[in-house]
Ligand binder design. Structure first.
Ligand code: PEP
Length: 251
């Protein structure tokens, strides 16, 4: 089968003012054409910065993404942003179902599924996040939980082009803790089998990112795990030096 081109996406969460452009410029300056040939790089800043960041990225070095979208195309939803608005601002992708959205805003698998379809309708790639809590892992339910989330959150019609999956164990996000390489391998294998069974060749070619406390020091080890096709990075994507250190693992 064709090797899958990895993706590394940075999720800035609710961090970043206009001054954050300095960090973006440092990142852009540090990504060579050779590196861009090896890995698709994305930064997902807060929505306030999508338009200005999108104007700064040229060529294939980096794409800009969003962190969430509403499931509806327009209407009476004060404070929300549609996928079309995000695309109009220059984003190429949108994260949906991040565990912080599932927790802070009570988003269900059905909500995430609807948001992913809205993303596609606007021509955006949906980066769909799944992951178990610490209690679920301790109870031995991690794989079952993630398989249930995939079944509910990934719409029919998902392809390797329009969808990226991010496995992010909730207990590993922002904690400095990571699963063992063996645990990551087990989960990514289970996700691959699941998606291939349901989506055929598209599921076999779909990018499966790992997320949760990825740093320059562990990026290479995590990337080397079978069926890990890149990373979704939170804290490690805020500073250019850290982010470039992570990207170095992909060259
Ligand atoms: C995330 O929230 O997507 C994430 C992976 O965060 P961190 O890298 O900070 O753990």
């Amino acid at each position: 089968s064709t090797p899958i081109k990895p993706m590394v996406a940075g999720n800035w969460k609710m961090n970043g003012l206009k001054a954050g452009q300095a960090e973006l410029h440092k990142m852009l300056a540090g990504i060579s054409d050779d590196l861009a040939d090896c890995v698709d790089v994305m930064i997902c800043p807060p929505a306030t910065l999508i338009a200005s960041f999108s104007e700064k990225v040229t060529g294939n070095v980096m794409a800009i993404g969003a962190q969430d979208c509403h499931a509806a195309a327009s209407g009476a939803h004060t404070g929300d942003l549609s996928a079309g608005m995000i695309a109009d601002a220059g984003a190429k992708a949108v994260i949906v179902g991040h565990s912080e959205r599932r927790t802070d805003h009570g988003e269900t698998d059905a909500d995430v599924n609807a948001k992913a379809q809205a993303a596609w309708s606007a021509g955006l790639v949906a980066i769909i996040c799944v992951g178990e809590t610490e209690a679920e892992r301790k109870a031995g339910e991690a794989v079952a939980v993630v398989e249930r989330q995939l079944a509910g959150s990934v719409p029919d019609g998902a392809t390797a082009q329009n969808t990226v999956i991010a496995y992010e164990p909730v207990w590993a996000i922002g904690t400095g803790l990571t699963p063992t390489a063996g645990d990551v391998a087990e989960m990514h294998e289970a996700m691959r089998v699941d998606l291939a069974k349901r989506l055929g060749a598209e599921g076999s070619a779909m990018r499966l990112l790992y997320g949760g406390s990825v740093k320059p020091g562990n990026a290479a080890e995590l990337m080397a795990v079978d069926n890990v096709d890149g990373a979704l990075v939170g804290g490690g994507s805020l500073k250019a030096d850290d982010f470039l250190g992570i990207l170095a693992a992909y060259q």
